[in-house]
Write a protein that binds this ligand. Structure first.
Ligand code: ADP
Length: 222
């Protein structure tokens, strides 16, 4: 499970991790944006809340996550969870959902607030596949996604007011999860400043350290 402030690089790193370990990337933000785009009842309900930068209800989110991780790919290979839990209540619900094993490791990608603010102002995303770009590293051709050809735009919740609200919620609701997982011996903190490759290498090192330290019998059970 990957934690980090908005703009810390969670999305970017989770996509890379999912390729590296060949496991699905389960992102609540991406699932919700897909629901908004395809006009499902969940999407219709979520859009206004998301645009304001507020959080959706814990029950809606956990039901969506429960459904996704019950699918065969996640059951067979495990998953990388991005965007959930975002509150201690969600973390408790997740632990219950996964009992008796829970997540293997929570990773916090740590980036100072002034730096995420700069990254968010410059951030641009593909409307179709969610690939991330920035004004200083745009797609090769005219704001058309290099990966899928979709249109690359500024996210609707990357306005100054919504960013401020999301960072405030992060500090009050999500940051306490660092202590929560730390107390359970499930936390690894990674410096998120540097190139995407450098940060990825740090995350992989943290995961491998964790795996190496684990008793063999516990690993064989998966
Ligand atoms: P960011 O981390 O940049 O805020 P995400 O893409 O993870 O963006 O999520 C976008 C929005 O989706 C959030 O601002 C919130 O409204 C909603 N959302 C995503 N995950 C959750 C969650 N676990 N609990 C509540 N709301 C969520």
């Amino acid at each position: 499970m990957v934690l980090g402030k908005q703009g810390a690089g969670k999305g970017t790193q989770c996509v890379r991790l999912s390729h590296h370990y060949v496991v699905p990337h389960v992102s609540t933000g991406d699932m919700l944006r897909a629901a908004v785009k395809s006009g499902t009842p969940l999407g219709a309900k979520a859009k206004e809340t998301m645009d304001r930068g507020e959080l959706l209800g814990d029950d809606i989110i956990m039901e969506m996550v429960a459904q996704r991780i019950a699918e065969p790919d996640a059951r067979a290979r495990g998953f990388i969870l991005d965007g959930c839990p975002r509150t201690t209540h969600q973390a408790e619900m997740l632990a219950q959902l996964l009992a008796p094993i829970d997540i293997d490791l929570a990773i916090d990608i740590d980036v100072p607030t002034r730096q995420v603010l700069r990254r968010l102002a410059d951030r641009r995303v593909c409307m179709d596949c969610g690939a991330n770009y920035s004004t200083s590293a745009p797609p090769k051709v005219n704001w058309t996604c290099d990966v899928c050809g979709g249109e690359v735009v500024q996210r609707q919740d990357d306005t100054e007011a919504a960013i401020e609200r999301r960072l405030d919620l992060y500090e009050h609701q999500t940051a306490p999860l660092i202590d929560w997982y730390e107390a359970r011996g499930q936390m690894a903190r990674v410096n998120g400043v540097g190139t995407a490759d450098a940060v990825l290498a740090r995350i992989i090192r943290a995961i491998e350290e964790r795996r190496g330290g684990r008793p063999k019998a516990a690993r064989r059970r998966r």
